[in-house]
Design a protein around this ligand. Sequence first.
Ligand SMILES: [Zn+2]
Length: 205
Amino acid sequence: MLCPDCHRSAPGGTPCPACGRIVPDQESMSGQGSRYFVVLVALSLAMLVLLLLATTLGGPGPLPVLRRLAASGWIWLYLAIFFIPIGIGIYYWLMLREEEVIVTDEGISRRSHWGNESLRWDEVCAFNRQPILFRQTRLGRISGLSRLFLRGARKLDLPPVCYELVGPADTNGLPRVMRFEPGTIEEMPWLLQLIEEHVGPPVDV
Ligand SMILES: [Zn+2]
């Protein structure tokens, strides 16, 4: 495992050789579903504010406008514009809610909407990195929104890339692949460092 402070390698549960802090024996990372929800709700609120401004500036004020909209049936369009992003946010939150990746000195496991997977480090045959388009990911184009979550100078992968841990073949003769797509996991850079500690840096394919 790695010390969370100085990123030095040490067995989980033992003191870090540099700072003496006990290195955790497991690290878990969750999905980014709540981030999508927050961004989409903010989008809805921004549209509501724009709508209110548009109807109050130079107009008769929001209440008469609302009454006129309700009478004409246009209100449904406005309600749809307001609620659709919130609905999409809830959908992605539900999809990523179960997502959790756990790293230990023995291996890596993932719980997710798409099934549970695990690999021991000694089973990993390859760690690959490849470019991917947001629309090719399981989340689809919406994962492009994850760009909005990156703060400050944190490194941005351009084009977006996905990471794959390739394990031994399963009973059908196909290799077991654990795939990390952009915009799914919180703290992806930290997850990548923890993986690299055990299997080395990713190879571009
Ligand atoms: Zn340390």
